[in-house]
Design a protein around this ligand. Structure first.
Ligand code: APR
Ligand code: PHB
Length: 402
């Protein structure tokens, strides 16, 4: 039976932050797109993920008209704390950067705001699609095939955006040898919990401790988001609530008797720590964005922000292509994005290697980390480097100088 054909300008695979924001930015440029997503709307709107937005991401969401709830509910932070040897040291973003801040606002809240904006504008987001396959990437127009509501469907489009995350199908649909992959897997993961407990500190605390890294973050004034360094294949059944709280208390203990506020654990999970980059981020009519093209370890809080930066560049380049007929900006897509991606990779790797416990060392690594942390808290330029990277590098569009 013939497939139902949907004709659009840009076919977008994946309704994470990358796919949804791209669709919305394209809409603002007068460009049509259709988003397909393998999960349900409820699933993507509830999935607990990252939660730190750089200043540039906040500005982008505001400029795109989807920042209203974020401005109301997001928590603006002007610094973070680094804690080691039982003492806290504040990195003051306002003093060290030109007035930049970060906003704590959960990724799934961003996703909710974007889905709502797309649907309100009559945008098409098809959930629970199956058997997705992309093709004709080198032809005059590309296509995406899938099943939706028991019907065979086909999107015929000028370009495809592969926004389908690390495990998606777009990257692997490209002939072997086109992409070069760079990968680094860290010998640990993070055990993360969401707890109904008032955050113990007004700002995030990154703790380096002999027993391993811990991070105190938050989602709202009543909900804490807390992480512990663990084995990459950690068995959650070995972690009853009491053990999680005890371990958190130990890793963030400080000379002033600091305690983490405890409460019911609402959600828990283990995340692997890895760095990954696919180069280039495009092939023919396919453009990869977000986690489909790169993964950073969570220590630098960069994953969501990189996804937003990619699609900002892509929306701009596609708009130039449709307005002027010139594909020059599209050709420059990977180069512009990869510059930022590699800077974020470096920062995330640096934060990761400065804060985590590395097994098998005779203590050398720990002493080296303490020296590095000492430099960050005592040298203004070292602290400023951390603050600049953490709050976000400036955006660059093709043709612009940084
Ligand atoms: N077809 C359709 N959708 C798919 C397919 C497929 N074959 N494979 C995956 N998807 C969907 C996933 O269900 C998910 O909703 O693609 C979406 C990808 O979204 P994300 O994984 O959130 O990736 P991205 O939008 O790039 O956002 C990056 O997510 O993992 C975090 O730390 C990361 O914060 C960063 C952000
Ligand atoms: C989070 O709140 O989930 C979070 C914060 C900072 C990070 C990573 C995750 O570096």
């Amino acid at each position: 039976m013939a497939a139902r054909t949907i004709r659009t300008q840009v076919g977008i695979v994946g309704a994470g932050p990358a796919g949804l924001l791209l669709s919305h930015l394209l809409h603002l440029e007068g460009i049509e797109s259709v988003v397909i997503e393998s999960q349900s709307r409820a699933h993507i709107e509830e999935r607990v993920r990252a939660g730190v937005l750089e200043q540039g991401t906040v500005d982008l969401l505001n400029a795109a008209g989807v920042g209203e709830r974020m401005r109301r509910e997001g928590l603006v932070h002007h610094g973070i704390e680094l804690r080691f040897q039982h003492r806290g040291h504040r990195i003051d973003f306002q003093e060290l950067t030109p007035g930049r801040a970060i906003t704590v606002y959960a990724q799934h809240e961003v996703v909710k705001d974007l889905v709502q904006a797309r649907l309100a504008a009559g945008g098409q987001v098809l959930f629970q699609v199956q058997d997705v396959a992309i093709g004709a990437l080198e032809d005059d127009s590309a296509q995406i095939r899938f099943r939706h509501n028991d019907e065979d469907c086909r999107i015929a489009c000028d370009y495809i955006a592969g926004c389908d995350g690390f495990h998606g199908i777009c990257r692997s649909s490209v002939p072997q040898g086109v992409f070069r992959f760079y990968e680094k897997t860290y010998p640990f993961g993070w055990l993360g919990i969401l707890a109904e407990a008032k955050p113990a500190s007004g700002e995030l605390i990154y703790a380096n401790h002999e027993r391993g890294f811990a991070l105190l973050s938050m989602r709202t004034p009543k909900i804490s988001r807390l992480y512990l360094q663990c084995r990459p294949d950690e068995d959650l059944s070995q972690w009853p609530d009491e053990r999680i709280w005890e371990e958190l208390q130990r890793r963030v203990e400080s000379v002033d008797g600091f305690r983490v506020n405890e409460g019911p654990i609402l959600q828990r999970g283990v995340t692997a720590m890895r760095s990954f980059v696919a180069e280039p981020m495009q092939y023919g009519r396919l453009f990869l964005a977000g986690d489909a093209a790169h993964i950073v370890p969570a220590t630098g809080a960069k994953g969501l922000n990189l996804a937003a930066a990619d699609v900002r560049v892509l929306a701009h380049a596609l708009a130039c292509r449709f307005r002027t007929g010139s594909g020059e900006r599209l050709q420059g897509y990977s180069e512009i994005c990869l510059r930022r991606v590699w800077r974020a990779q470096h920062f995330s790797w640096w934060m990761t290697s400065m804060m985590h416990r590395f097994e098998g060392s005779d203590g050398f690594d720990h002493r080296r980390q303490l020296a590095e942390l000492d430099q960050v808290i005592s040298s203004r330029s070292a602290a400023a480097t951390l603050a600049e990277n953490y709050t976000g590098l400036p955006f660059q569009l093709p043709g612009e100088e940084l």
